[in-house]
Design a protein around this ligand. Structure first.
Ligand SMILES: [Zn+2]
Length: 248
């Protein structure tokens, strides 16, 4: 009776899911293959079937344009910026789906050490132009009234975004316990400061007009038509995207 139960099918590709490897969505399941098309940052368990379809349509689109993008700036794999397209991505690796955020997606960001905020950026317009950081030297010392411990277990940068289901993403920089006085800590801190200063630059360019896209609306529509043909988006979602691209 349970075999071929409609409820066992993947909400995105429609194939039967494996009970051990599938992901539970709020109203269904996502198969392990479709899961590989989700960003590591997305809050999978809060997703509905429609969210999953929209998210995967976006990552597939990102995946197709990614090879043609040329980074203008980057800090290792942690943060890659494409200033011409006003896009950025983080924790980019070969085997993962890159998720391209727009400059305008960032709300704010903070440097965390062992879960405590060391410094913040992007708090409204005050952050524009590096006001809060004032360059690399202006970091607020390790928390007010909090004892500076000799050891640190974790350092990372948390970015709050306007993207639904990706409202908090964290870039891990230090993941093993180390001494504050050591080389590893200093080099991680240096990396963190570079990332913060790049995020600062991105935020100072928010709200500026998007450059006219080199990709025509027709090309875009064709891409979404492919997603429709592959059953990844619905006819309804396709029509909505088409209207949007044609400015109707
Ligand atoms: Zn699937």
């Amino acid at each position: 009776m349970a075999l071929g139960d409609k409820n066992d099918l993947c909400a995105v590709c429609g194939k039967k899911t494996n009970a051990f490897t599938r992901v539970k969505l709020t109203d269904g399941f996502l198969c392990s293959t479709c899961k590989t098309w989700c960003s590591n940052f997305v809050q999978l368990r809060s997703m509905s079937s429609a969210d999953a379809r929209a998210h995967i349509a976006k990552t597939l689109q990102d995946d197709s344009i990614y090879p043609s993008l040329v980074p203008s700036e980057s800090v290792g794999k942690y943060l890659v910026v494409f200033s011409k397209e006003r896009l950025w991505s983080c924790m980019v690796s070969k085997d993962e789906t890159p998720y391209l955020f727009s400059f305008d997606d960032i709300i704010n960001y903070e440097l965390l050490e062992d879960g405590a905020c060391v410094t913040k950026g992007g708090l409204g317009s005050a952050a524009v132009g590096g006001f809060l950081f004032g360059g690399v030297g202006a970091i607020v010392g390790g928390g007010l009234g909090r004892k500076q411990h000799d050891l640190v277990q974790k350092m990372g940068i948390r970015i709050s975004t306007k993207v639904p289901l990706m409202s908090h993403i964290e870039i891990p920089i230090l993941t093993t316990e180390t001494k504050r006085s050591g080389m590893l800590y200093s080099s991680c801190k240096e990396t963190a400061l570079k990332i913060l200063s790049l995020l600062d630059q991105i935020m100072s360019q928010q709200g500026q007009k998007e450059p006219s896209s080199a990709v025509s609306s027709a090309d875009e529509i064709l891409k979404f038509k492919k997603l429709l043909d592959e059953g990844i988006i619905t006819q309804e979602e396709f029509e909505a995207k088409k209207r949007q691209l044609l400015g109707l």
